[in-house]
Each structure stands twice: as C-alpha cells, then as structure tokens.
Design a protein around this ligand. Structure first.
Ligand code: IPE
Ligand code: IPE
Ligand code: MG
Length: 225
C-alpha cells in the first residue's frame, strides 16, 4: 500500500456551479470555500501531512475585476476569521506564488497567518496564490544563477516556492477539465493524477476517499518494472 503524504488540488468549477444554481459565479466561489473546509477536515482525519490548494493563478488576473476582488475579499475574510481555529487544529499555513505584488493589507494577513501557525505539525496547507509554475521556475533559475550554483535538480528544488515540501503523491482536478493550467509542472513528474467530473462545490468526502483508496492500491513504478 502506498503511503500518502501530499495531496494537491486544482479546485475548478466554482463559476459554473454558481451559474448552474441560477446564481452568480461568485456564489460558486463562496460555496467552493465550504468544500475547502470539508477537505481540510478530511485530510486531518486521513493523516495527510501536506495539502496544496490552487486558489488563484498568474493567469486569473484576466478575469473581470469584480470577480477578482470578490475572490480576494473572500480569502482575506477567511484568513482573518479562521486563522485561530486552523491553528488550534494543528494546521500550518504556507503561501506559494508571487505574493510581492499584493496590497500591504493582504501581505500583512499572509505574514500573520504564516507566523501564527509556523510551529504546527499536523497538516501543512500550501495556498497557491498568484501562483504559476513557469513563473516559479523562472524565479528558481534566476536564484540558482544569482547564488552561482550549478544547475542540478536539487538546486532547482531548493529554490522553488515548494522547497522543503515533498512532491505531491496525488493531484486532483475537479470541474471536468483535463489540463494542468500552469500548476506544479515540475513537482508532479511522478504524481498520480485524478480528473473528476464534478464541479468543486459538489466534491465531497466520499469522492475524496474514493481517490485515496484508489491511490493506495496503485503500483507506482518510478521507472522500475
Ligand atoms: C475556481 O473555479 C477556480 C478559481 C480561480 C478560484 P472557476 O472560477 O475557474 O470555475 P469555472 O471553471 O469557471 O466553472
Ligand atoms: C485553474 O483554474 C486555476 C485555479 C483553480 C485557481 P482555471 O479555471 O483558471 O483554469 P483554466 O483557465 O480553465 O485553464
Ligand atoms: Mg475554471
């Protein structure tokens, strides 16, 4: 049976869910956050150590202003109101992506969330915000060069946003879309990938557990026979 340490998720389909319910795309984002909370609880139950969630991509800036500001307000509000609860549950929060461009207010919230939870050991949540894999790799290569290091796999790994995080064992994408959308391209070289038809707000414990069960029984070769 495979050990499961790290699950990464492309949480896709919020907008379509909102529209399907005859409401707004933003209504879908709000409901999507409920699924996030559900999956966090389930991850702790299953003793998963790392959960990486794609919340906002470097390409998502192309969306309407109204949707972008709703998403960030939702996130800020979540962090401000829930950080102590999350911390009590033993959750460590880390942000991956280029956070340097955010408002001082959001930067401060991010800083505080990481600081408050930094010693927690149960589950580490990596929140991908303004994250793009190509952007991350570019940063990493630049840093390797600046430090006058050799281009090796280790040196590249150590300069990614995800340094010190093991590679994902499982990558899940909901929303009936079969692409990676610039997420963890380097890190998922040997991840088991699960595409799910359901939209993210519909994704539930049972779906999650079914994937975990399947994963545990996969023969992972890593090139061997
Ligand atoms: C959530 O799903 C992804 C985020 C950017 C938060 P979408 O907003 O992409 O939903 P669909 O794919 O348009 O339905
Ligand atoms: C990927 O979903 C980004 C997040 C889940 C945050 P998108 O909905 O932005 O991906 P594309 O644009 O359909 O590829
Ligand atoms: Mg989408």
């Amino acid at each position: 049976m495979n050990l499961l340490k790290h699950v990464a998720i492309i949480m896709d389909g919020n907008g379509r869910w909102g529209i399907k319910k005859r409401k707004s795309r933003n209504h879908g984002h709000k409901q999507g956050l409920k699924t996030v909370e559900l999956i966090i609880r389930e991850s702790i139950k299953k003793r998963i150590r790392f959960l990486t969630l794609y919340a906002f991509s470097t390409e998502n800036w192309k969306r309407p202003k109204k949707e972008i500001s709703f998403l960030f307000k939702l996130l800020e509000n979540f962090l401000v109101t829930k950080i102590n609860d999350l911390s009590k549950k033993g959750i460590k929060l880390k942000f991956i992506g280029d956070t340097t461009i955010f408002s001082n207010k959001l930067k401060h919230i991010i800083f505080k969330s990481e600081k408050t939870t930094k010693n927690n050991k149960k589950l580490q949540i990596n929140l991908a915000l303004n994250y793009g894999s190509r952007n991350e790799l570019m940063f990493a290569f630049k840093n390797v060069k600046k430090k006058k290091l050799k281009i090796t796999e280790n040196n590249i790994n150590n300069n990614l946003f995800t340094n010190k995080i093991p590679e994902p064992d499982i990558l899940i994408r909901t929303g009936n879309t079969y692409r990676l959308s610039n997420f963890l391209l380097w890190q998922i070289a040997y991840s088991e990938i699960f595409f799910v038809k359901k939209l993210w707000p519909e994704f539930n414990r049972k779906d999650f557990n079914r994937i975990i069960f399947k994963f545990k029984n996969i023969k992972r070769n890593f090139g061997r026979v």
